[in-house]
Ligand binder design. Structure first.
Ligand SMILES: *Cc1c(COP(=O)(O)O)cnc(C)c1O
Length: 455
């Protein structure tokens, strides 16, 4: 029996290596790397073809919310499946998309009133950029066509979203294809050039925002940021007060503010949206990842009535928003998203999350004693543990040392799936993970870091 299972797994792996090109993957290494074949999920565990169980420590790349095989979510899809799986959103509409839009507006920051659907976070950001650009053109300001963004930003992988991104490691090669932006330093306290405490970093980072807006606001359509936590940058957190000041400054200098809540949305920072921590309403907001509870690809770009109204006019004025995808507002995805938002209410997900966030914080404090842990950053259940070679000098590991990859490989052997960002170990457990499971995840992470960096 055991050998049969092994043979089946081996055959699958060989075919994967033969036919598939994986995302963000050096496929030459893939030919020899070991990787599990995930066949099933159960709560917060992933189960491979050999029957091995792993804690889903990064929510299947930041999207899972309540766990896997959640019966309410499974049922919502089954129910929709018996009606229709897909029909177009061009010239037609359907109940699940309408119900979801109403639910989204009811939980979104006050003042966001319109929902534009798409299929991924990258598209939701791409749409936000096009909306901001066209908004100004139609308001009689075609000169406002540039974007400001933070250094180290990540907003997705399509060319527009890469243009407002700033992670050289991913983006450098595509430079010739991208449009120019104004880059503003993000308040990265641990590596702030002139050092200093959080208050100093925050002030200087905000001065940089103001400087850019002051000098260039006449040509800036919008400032786009990931509020509270820059995810793919390596979980770089923003101090309290930062996003509300950014809101004030964008108002003062007459530019739109776009929040990319693709990662931070749906409870990940401890509140429904990162914007809620400071009651900030952006002009446009992109959501995706957690929208369907991590079940199906679906995204949305939310806008204020002010933005929306700039697109109204007579047919022949061609002021409509010219954007849409074949699978826009897919009914199965919308149905499971509705059920996902209902579960937040029914299970009091956000309320139950608060003690878990405190537990994580307490446990993470113990990680500081490890020789190579330089910085620990946390907002809710978004966590980054930055590993350094030397705590005093903050010297980083070399890429060829593959420190992050080695730690997560060790963690996998111990029963947890993680995914690093360079030398930052990321934890992003599903909101539904139990305290017992969280403790297990933190134990595995601690031991894996210790074993790999201190032996
Ligand atoms: C993941 C992510 C995206 C891209 O979303 P996809 O669904 O992968 O296209 C955009 N912005 C942020 C902040 C993200 O974390």
């Amino acid at each position: 029996m055991k050998t049969f299972k092994k043979m089946k797994t081996q055959a699958l792996i060989e075919k994967d290596r033969k036919y598939i090109w994986h995302p963000f993957t050096q496929m030459r290494d893939w030919q020899t790397d070991e990787f599990p074949v995930i066949e099933k999920g159960e709560g917060c565990y992933l189960i491979d073809t050999e029957g091995r169980r792993y804690l889903d420590g990064v929510s299947s790349l930041w999207c899972n919310v309540h766990g896997h095989r959640v019966k309410e979510l499974d049922r919502a899809i089954e129910k929709q499946l018996k009606k229709i799986s897909h029909s177009t959103f061009l010239g037609l509409t359907h109940p699940a998309a309408i119900e979801l839009a109403e639910a989204l507006i009811s939980i979104a920051p006050q003042g966001l009133t319109r929902v534009f659907y798409s299929d991924s976070g990258s598209e939701a950001v791409e749409i936000a950029l096009k909306m901001a650009f066209q908004y100004w053109a139609q308001k009689g300001h075609p000169e406002k066509k540039k974007f400001a963004r933070l250094v180290n930003a990540y907003h997705g992988d399509t060319l527009g979203s890469v243009s407002v991104g700033g992670i050289d490691l991913f983006h450098q090669i595509y430079k010739p294809l991208l449009f120019d932006t104004f880059a503003i330093p993000s308040p990265y306290g641990y590596r702030w050039k002139t050092g200093g405490d959080q208050a100093k970093v925050k002030n200087e980072a905000l001065e940089a925002v103001e400087k850019t807006l002051k000098e260039h606001h006449e040509e800036i359509a919008a400032l786009v940021i990931e509020p509270l936590m820059q995810g793919a940058a390596g979980m770089i957190d923003q101090p309290a007060g930062y996003i509300s000041r950014v809101r004030e400054l964008t108002r003062k200098y007459n530019t739109l503010l776009i929040f990319d809540e693709v990662a931070t949305g749906f409870g990940r920072t401890g509140k429904m949206f990162a914007a809620d921590h400071e009651r900030v309403t952006p002009d446009i907001m992109a959501v995706a990842k957690g929208l369907t509870g991590g079940y199906l690809p679906l995204a949305a770009t939310l806008a204020t009535e002010e933005v929306y109204k700039a697109f109204l006019g007579r047919h022949e004025e061609f002021k409509a928003f010219f954007h849409g995808h074949t699978y826009t507002a897919n009914p199965l995805a919308c149905a499971v998203a509705v059920a996902n938002l209902e579960l937040f209410k029914k299970q009091k997900t956000l309320e139950k999350l608060q003690p878990k966030i405190r537990l994580i914080k307490k446990r993470l404090a113990g990680f500081r004693e490890l020789k190579c842990v330089g910085d620990i950053r946390q907002w809710g259940v978004m966590i980054g543990i930055e590993l350094v070679k030397d705590k005093k000098t903050k010297q980083t590991f070399e890429p060829r040392e593959k420190i992050g990859a080695r730690v997560i490989e060790r963690a996998r052997k111990k029963g947890a799936i993680l995914r690093p960002l360079g030398s930052v170990i990321v934890l992003m457990p599903p909101l539904g993970m139990t305290e017992r499971e969280l403790n297990e995840l933190l134990d595995i992470t601690y031991e894996s870091i210790k074993e790999v960096t201190e032996c």
